[in-house]
Design a protein around this ligand. Sequence first.
Ligand SMILES: [Zn+2]
Ligand SMILES: [Zn+2]
Length: 175
Amino acid sequence: MWASHVVHHSSERLNLSTAFRQSLTYPVSGMWMFWLPLALLGFSPPHIVIVVAINLGFQFFVHTQAVGKLGWLEKVFNTPSHHRVHHARNGKYIDRNYAGVLIVWDKLFGSFVEEDLDVPCEYGIVKPVRTHDPLTLTFHEWRDMLRDAARPQSLRSRLGQLFGPPEKAHSQGPT
Ligand SMILES: [Zn+2]
Ligand SMILES: [Zn+2]
């Protein structure tokens, strides 16, 4: 999933155009699994597509530095402030605020961090990919992940390369 989502995070700027920086590989990495429960609950395909579209449309507006904090909305909804934190790679902010629409999930599960205006967000990924080539941007993490998984190692380690969190994979060496 990170091999796909890294495309969105590889921008070192955060603005509305970042929202369009998406990966072609989400169908492979299984993003559809997030929506599968709706189908299992009996919602019709058109209803699911509408919900996906509304969710995607909402995401567009949180990719901006032009909007400050939004009062009580910050308590309930994902906002530009919360999503700036999500895109930041500084230690205080990294791997936080996963919310799509409702920030309450991050608050419930302990992954919420408030944007501190004294600590500016540094946008991008820990190991920047310095290219504008769309193929490289789309596939670099897949390439690295598969290369690391192909190295001689235990099955457990190999599965960790493929299915573990990114910090367990190549970026931190063979730990
Ligand atoms: Zn984003
Ligand atoms: Zn993200």
